[in-house]
Design a protein around this ligand. Structure first.
Ligand code: ADP
Ligand code: AMP
Length: 215
């Protein structure tokens, strides 16, 4: 089961990835999470990535492709994987196809979560996540039982530094220019499945589950 989950920032990729992981035991590979970990560790790659993330720009393709190629070669990806937030450019998608061909496999389904821009702004403005286990909440749409505290592990909930209004605008602009062309790319490959993401998370997942069960 080789799955890509795509869609604009704030569409609910991470939220749906959590549901998918529970129902289908495959590794969840989020390039955003990997970059945030590298930033927290202050590794050379993290310091390089941070410059782009803070500006709402994409980390350069060579860096990003290298990180993903390394991760996909790990043994746990043999049974399949869920790629979240990658690819985000046509060169990344082409590189992914090449890497997978070398490994004797391919992308089976590209799940595209569609959500209108205004909803995305509201979602990102209210997003908080656990500093410990990374579970994502929304102060407006999906609040934790106790403000500022993770329901699952009791960790502190924090706001992402790139979820401020200016950076969000840049990220949506970057999405429209650089990532949206991937919809046509996967449509041509015959692997694209678009789901309406502007509904309750459980309803979105019901559609996704049906698609994945039909693979
Ligand atoms: P992405 O990984 O695509 O950037 P997230 O999964 O982090 O998106 O979701 C962005 C924000 O929107 C989070 O605060 C999350 O709790 C909230 N969210 C996700 N899916 C939905 C939904 N279907 N309805 C309302 N809010 C949602
Ligand atoms: P995300 O958590 O997916 O919203 O990603 C947060 C940030 O990490 C993005 O705004 C980019 O700066 C960077 N990033 C994540 N994935 C990629 C990717 N595939 N290509 C380039 N930059 C990425």
């Amino acid at each position: 089961m080789n799955i890509i989950i795509m869609g604009p920032p704030g569409a609910g990729k991470g939220t749906q990835a959590d549901f998918i992981k529970e129902a289908f035991p495959i590794p969840h590979i989020s390039t955003g999470d990997m970059f945030r970990e590298a930033v927290a560790k202050e590794s050379a790659m993290g310091l390089e990535a941070k410059k782009y993330m803070d500006a709402g720009q994409l980390v350069p393709d060579d860096v990003t492709i290298g990180v993903v190629e390394e991760r996909l070669s790990q043994p746990d990806c043999k049974k399949g994987f869920l790629l979240d937030g990658f690819p985000r450019t046509i060169p990344q998608a082409e590189a992914l196809d090449k890497v997978l061909a070398k490994l004797g496999t391919r992308v089976e389904v590209a799940l595209n979560i569609a959500v209108p821009d205004q909803v995305l702004f509201d979602r990102m403005a209210g997003r908080v996540s656990c500093s410990n286990c990374k579970t994502v909440y929304n102060v407006k749409f999906n609040p934790p039982a106790k403000e500022g505290v993770c329901d699952k592990c009791g960790g502190e909930l924090i706001q992402r530094s790139d979820d401020n209004a200016d950076t969000v605008r840049n990220r949506l602009d970057v999405y429209n220019r650089q990532t949206q062309p991937l919809i046509e790319y996967y449509e041509k490959q015959g692997t694209l499945k678009t789901v309406d993401g502007n509904r309750d998370p459980e309803d979105v997942f019901r559609d996704i589950k049906r698609i994945l069960e039909s693979l």
